[in-house]
Structures are given as C-alpha cells and as structure tokens.
Design a protein around this ligand. Structure first.
Ligand code: FBP
Length: 551
C-alpha cells in the first residue's frame, strides 16, 4: 500500500495521555468506589446479571499495582460501524499490554464478533500496529454487526476464549455491542471462565454517553468532517445564490451529529428529530416550516440556503414511525409471503391488505421511489436501515410541491431549485482528529489497566475531556450501571440506554436561541478541514457539543 504524506506524518504523532497513565503500569493503582445500581428496572437487571450487577466504579490513581506485570492474553473485537480512532484504541491497548509485560499477547478477532464466534483471529504484532497508528478505519482486523445472542453463538465464543486461553476480551462498540459485552461477561463467569470482558465506547452517532461517558469516540472527527463539507456547500450556496441544498447527515437515531454540524456551520435550517417527535410534527408540518423559511428568504431575494436533516428523522415523525413499526412487524411475521412478491405494485397491494388504514395512507402518500426504500432488507435487528431512506429527497420533493401550491396562492414569489446530499460514509473513516487520536489511545490503555485490574463487565472510561489531556481521568464504569429494560422484538431485554438529544440540554438550547436568526440572515461559518498540526485553537478543540455540555 502506498502512503500519503499525511499518513506518514501521522505515524509520528504521539497521542497525549492523562498524566496518571504516563506512570509505569506497576505504579498505577486501581481504586474502587461504592457499589452502583442501574438506571431503572434494578430487580430485573439483578436477576439477568446475577454475578456482575452493581459492581463499584473504578478509578486509576498513582500507586502500587502488583498485577500490572502479569503476562496477559487478550482478544480485541471491533463491532458495528466504523468510527475514527478505532486503530488507536488497539494501539493503546497493545502498548499498555507490552508495557505491563513484553510477553503479553494481543489477538484481533477478524470481521467483528463473528471472528470471536468462529475463532478467526490474527496476532496483533508491533509491526502491524505501527502501520495503523493515528489512522482512520477499522481495516486492521475489520468489523461486523453479528450479535452474540443465541446459545450456540455464546457456546462457540466460549470455545474460542478457552482455546486461546484468553484473560480478557475487549469489545469496541456502541450501545448494543456493549450490552452484548455485559451479557458475555455474565456468561463467562457462569461457565466458570477466568476471561474478563471490557467494553470501549464507540460510535460516530454520539449516542453512547451519560454522566460518566462524556462522549463516544469517533463523534468528534465524523462531525468535524461533515461540518467541513457543509461549510463548503454553504460557501458555494452563498457564491452561486441559486440553490437550496438538502443535506442528510448520518446518525442512526439521535440527532447529535446534525446538531453539532449546525453549531459549527450555522445553516439556515437544521431539523432535530427529537424536537419533531416532542412536538408530534407531521411530515406536512415539517414541510410547511421549511417552506416558511424559504419564502422569507425569497422576500429578501435570497433564493438559496442550506438545510441539515438528521438521518433518523423519518422514525421520529409520528405517522411514519407507526408505518415503520407496522412494516417491521408484518414483514417479519409474513416474511416468506412478502419476499415472494415481485414488483412494487404487488407489494403495495399486499400492504393495503396487511397494514392498518393510517399506516397504509402514510405509505401511499410517499413518492414511489422513496416508498420502495421502506421495503428494503432489514438490518440484523429487524429494523429498517434509515441510512438507505433518502429523507433528503423526500423533503426536497415535498417542499417543491408545497412551494408550487404557495406560488399559486400568491404566498411565495421566489424561485426554487434544489440539490440533495447524504454525508455519512465520508466521515466514518477519516484520520482521527487529535482529540479522537488522544481519547482513543487513552481508552485503549485504560482497557489494558482494567484487564490487569481483574475486573469484568466494565466500560473503559476517560473523563474531564474539555480540559487538556494530561488532566483527563481514567477508570471503569460497570456496564450494568448504564442499563434499563426495553422492549425488543416483543420481549423485555436489558439494554444500555441510548442518549438522544436533550431538548433541555445546553447544546440544543444554544442552537435554538440562534436558529431564527440563521434562518433568515445568512450567517454561515466555514470550519474548513480538520487540522492535525498547528496551534491548539485550530487543532486541539473538542466538539462544540461537549464544550457546551461542560459549561
Ligand atoms: P454504530 O452505531 O455501529 O457505530 O454505527 C452507526 C452508523 O454509522 C449509523 O450512523 C448508520 O445509520 C449506520 O451505522 C450505517 O450502518 P452500515 O455501516 O451497516 O451501513
């Protein structure tokens, strides 16, 4: 593989660590706090996690650590969607293990959790890890979305850890993967295994966060990458002054990415799914609101603008949410019957018979090209794949239609021409920002210390992230502490609670206090590309979301 100049330069970047982690491992002690409990549903969770529930929080401090020099065998898994910084988690874990004992071994499971199930792995050597330091992507070992769920999958995973004699498995993943990690930790103890399970909070979506997990890694870089692109489009729109750009931004459910991009680029409109749901807005109302802004700008002769749309929006619009739920259920219950249908017309007729009247009406109101996307293959959890639904096109079409009506009624006098974009995969494998490079390396190193500390069912946690890195703190959060029970596939299941945008939170309030002005008065900000070298105000700032959350 030939290397870009940036890649070569990034190999030489030394990630910054919290000062406590700069000590030799034998001088980093693990300290425990009081026992913890879950967010809610404590009794049920205690039953599911009979051996791992309620453990104390862990924190690393300078002090003697007699276990740090133990020779350890650890396996690492990358789970779910790519997020910038995953390679640095592995680098931090590897370096920590080798600092503890040069005889320690790190295996990487190939292609995600299926690598653990099927015992497909490779040893992570110094030469291998050096090729991936400070780079984006998950290609060092690959990732996947298989869940370790069935008895057979758990049994196969147990076989693998026994065969390799693993002291620990480190799972780098989002809320679902870390829920899975917690269950695995419990299964391993039940089966009398010594193998610990440690999680690491990953996802560009930014929805794996709480009081103790300030952000998931990858969010910072992905949102900065999209903000660069949005800013470039804003500048183009402001130069050409003739197009409205509808930009969908990745983030499966939560609107954190769209909100962060809005705070960075000050677009004319940014929809926030959580607000649309709270206000129970219909698709028609969302369209009307957009048209009102377009009409106001047209009065000033400004027939251009930029609209940010969170990827998950459709699932937050009540009538479409109900449609999706019914579709998911019916398509799963009568899968063979549905899959035998050939064309769109047959499928539509089938839906008319099988959906409730309101759900079918919502389906029938969609343009055919978009309606078909609601019928595409489900993800492994049986959910519609929202990144495949062209919400940006749906809205652009609906807006065009409504503006034509407004023109006839004399309430709109402008010209309307639109472009649609989807930014998602463009940001998931970018070179990690310095923030993510440092954060991930620290998370990986902390995962090593948790392993050496003998705990299981913990999430690696690095906090105080708006301070300079040497003031960050490191520790571990019991995974059960972040859980509640939720209905999945018709049954109550333990899950780590997803963090959606809080409408009472500071990032949303900062946005809401300025958006009316941004809507009408062009106020674009052009963040430019992520900078890796230079003064801290240019290359060392964390996301606006985390900065606002800490004010
Ligand atoms: P994770 O939660 O697994 O990190 O993935 C997030 C995400 O990037 C979403 O933003 C997006 O909806 C989805 O993955 C796309 O999935 P896929 O990679 O399977 O196309």
């Amino acid at each position: 593989m030939s290397l870009s100049a940036l890649q070569k330069a990034r190999y030489g970047y030394a990630p910054k660590l919290p000062s406590v982690l700069k000590n030799p491992p034998a001088e980093i002690a693990i300290e425990f706090g009081k026992p913890t409990s879950a967010i809610s549903d404590r009794e049920e969770l205690q039953k599911v996690f009979a051996r791992t529930y309620g453990k104390p929080m862990a924190c690393f401090k300078k002090g003697a650590n007699p276990n740090a020099r133990k020779k350890l065998k650890v396996g690492v898994v990358l789970s779910g969607g790519q997020a910038p910084g995953g390679h640095n988690v592995i680098a931090g874990l590897f370096d920590g293990l080798k600092k503890g004992s040069t005889d320690s071994v790190l295996y990487g499971f190939l292609g995600g959790p299926s690598g653990l199930i099927n015992c497909q792995y490779k040893e992570i050597t110094a030469a291998l890890v050096d090729e991936y330091r400070n780079t984006g992507g998950f290609d060092i070992i690959g990732s996947g979305r298989t869940k370790i769920e069935t008895d057979g999958q758990v049994a196969s995973s147990i076989e693998t850890v026994k065969k390799l004699g693993l002291d620990a498995v480190v799972v780098i993943g989002g809320d679902d993967s870390n829920t899975n990690a917690a269950l695995l930790a419990e299964h391993f103890i039940q089966k009398g295994l010594k193998t610990q399970v440690i999680g690491v909070p990953k996802t560009i979506d930014g929805d794996l966060k709480n009081e103790y997990v300030e952000t998931s890694f990858g969010f910072d870089t992905a949102a900065k990458t999209y903000s660069e692109l949005v800013g470039n489009i804003e500048r183009d729109a402001n130069s050409a002054r003739k197009y409205w750009h509808f930009i969908k931004l990745m983030g499966r459910s939560a609107s954190h990415i769209a909100l962060e991009c809005a705070l960075q680029t000050q677009p004319n409109i940014c929809l926030i799914s959580e607000e649309v749901e709270a206000k129970e807005m219909t698709l028609d109302q969302v369209t009307e609101d957009i048209c009102a802004v377009i009409a106001k700008r047209a009065e000033k002769g400004e027939n251009f603008g930029v609209i940010l749309i969170p990827e998950g929006l459709v699932e937050f619009i009540p009538e479409i949410k109900s449609l999706i739920h019914e579709l998911n259920d019916e398509m799963a219950k009568k899968a063979a019957e549905f899959n035998a249908l050939a064309g769109f017309a047959d499928k539509k007729a089938w839906l008319q018979k099988n959906l409730s009247a309101p759900a079918y009406a919502a389906f029938a109101s969609l343009p055919e090209s978009i309606a078909g996307q609601f019928l595409a293959d489900r993800d492994p959890h049986g959910n519609v794949q929202v990144s495949r639904i062209e919400t940006e096109k749906l809205l652009a079409l609906a807006v065009e239609q409504k503006l034509a009506e407004m023109k006839k009624a004399g309430t709109y006098k402008g010209t309307f021409s639109s472009y649609t974009h989807f930014f998602g995969y463009e940001g998931r494998c970018a070179f990690p920002s310095n923030f993510d490079a440092d954060y991930c390396y620290s998370l990986g190193f902390t995962a090593f210390l948790l392993t050496a500390g003998g705990v299981t069912g913990y999430l690696s946690s690095v906090q105080n992230l708006t301070a300079p890195a040497d003031q960050w703190t490191a520790g571990g959060i019991p995974l059960t502490m972040m859980m509640n029970m939720e209905k999945r596939h018709g049954a109550q299941k333990p899950v780590i609670k997803k963090a959606l945008v809080e409408l009472e939170g500071k990032p949303f309030k900062a946005f809401a206090s300025q958006r009316d002005d941004w809507a009408v008065n062009t106020s674009y900000v052009f963040p430019g590309a992520i900078q890796y070298f230079g003064p801290p105000e240019v290359c060392g700032q964390p996301s606006k979301t985390i900065q606002l959350e800490h004010t």
